[in-house]
Design a protein around this ligand. Structure first.
Ligand SMILES: [Zn+2]
Ligand SMILES: [Zn+2]
Length: 156
């Protein structure tokens, strides 16, 4: 009889454990990560845009959970992680949202507004779909009726 049965199973068990180590979805593809991936890094100079894109790529980008204070207008209007200047200030002063320097902005701030409008339209689309679903739900009423019939039958 073999008293060394531990050897075989042990080396096998560990072999496959590191396969998913570098996947973004390791902790479940959260909405935040998905948003970061599709994020438009606007109002940034080339350098800062590269830095943030790098962070997104290697899953180091941590989105803000609440607005941060803008260093220019001192209001909590900074909605993007790693930014120190809010979008309106960046636009007005023509400075980078992240480093606050007067650099060439790669993607103008304005393009973000279009993005938000699209989301609104998306919500309205979902509302329409929900309205259609209500028609299907009315079928359930028929099922309820048949249940009552069954109960009546048991009484007999
Ligand atoms: Zn500001
Ligand atoms: Zn910058």
């Amino acid at each position: 009889m073999s008293s060394q049965k531990g050897n075989v199973s042990r080396s096998r068990g560990q072999k496959h454990q590191n396969i998913t180590a570098f996947k973004n979805d390791k902790y479940g593809a959260t909405v935040q990560i998905k948003n970061a991936k599709s994020k438009i890094h606007n109002g940034l100079c080339q350098h800062c845009k590269d830095v943030l894109e790098w962070k997104v790529k290697y899953s180091k980008y941590k989105p803000l959970t609440q607005p941060k204070k803008c260093v220019k207008c001192s209001q909590k209007t900074v909605k993007d992680a790693y930014h120190i200047v809010c979008k309106p200030c960046s636009l007005q002063l023509e400075i980078c949202c992240k480093c606050g320097k007067k650099e060439d902005i790669v993607i103008p701030v304005n393009s973000q507004l279009d993005d938000e409008q699209e989301e609104e339209e998306d919500k309205q689309m979902k509302k329409t779909h929900r309205g259609q679903r209500k028609d299907l739900d009315s079928d359930d009423d028929f099922d309820d009726d048949s249940d009552i019939d069954d109960l009546d039958g048991e009484d007999d």
